[in-house]
Design a protein around this ligand. Sequence first.
Ligand SMILES: [Zn+2]
Length: 271
Amino acid sequence: MATAKSKGTIETPLDGGTFISLQKSSNEGDLSMETKLHLLYNLQQADSKIDKIHLLRGELPLEVQDLEDDILGLRTRVENLQTELKEVDKLIAQKKIDLENSKTLIEKYTSQQNNVKNNREFDSLSKEIEFQGLEVQLADKRIKENTLLQAEKKAALTIALEALSERGIDLENKKKELESIVAETAKEEDELKKSSEEISAQIDARMLAAYKKVRTNARNGLAVVTVRRDACAGCFNKIPPQRQMDIASSKKIIVCEYCGRILVSADFENE
Ligand SMILES: [Zn+2]
């Protein structure tokens, strides 16, 4: 896990529109600073619990999406292979007819050769026989080639159909798993979302915007953290004693100079 190191390992970059700009102008409005900090802390607690629920669902929504994409791709592959197979079948059937026709012609010309009047007619029929002989060879070659192709495509089709059926079963299982997790946590998530919205409504717009910005930039979704073991609970960098006292007094917004998160008293955790 991450521990206190150097300033080089800051995970949330400091930038405009974060809590820093609020440090100076934060005493406006009706609410006391302590109340404002409590609201922010409570908002963070609700949002972190929602994050945890989403973490529980983990990769499942993505896995379901991936499987659905796979199935779509496999269906297209199966359709294409079936179309190609039909073409090959048609071609083989046609070549078989061609082959039979050529053979019939060869028989016909051979018998005609017995009744010719002169050498010229005989030679002419010989040429036809020779030509049809080549046609027979060619048709035979095409039939053999396409029979191989047919076998390849049939094998590919079998593999695609098996994969399609496997993915279909996987998808059903993942969907059931996801649905059951969603069902288990849906009520809790709804309540947390409602609570998050209610708290948000009490926080002024600029502070809420800063909260959202820092939260989005932080990998762990934390924008408001406590001081733990003399360090920021967000980035684990040490906080000087004087600053810790300021934080404990809850009189103003104190932002971690390393990660830009708002620091609140550890006492908040117990309230
Ligand atoms: Zn920090």
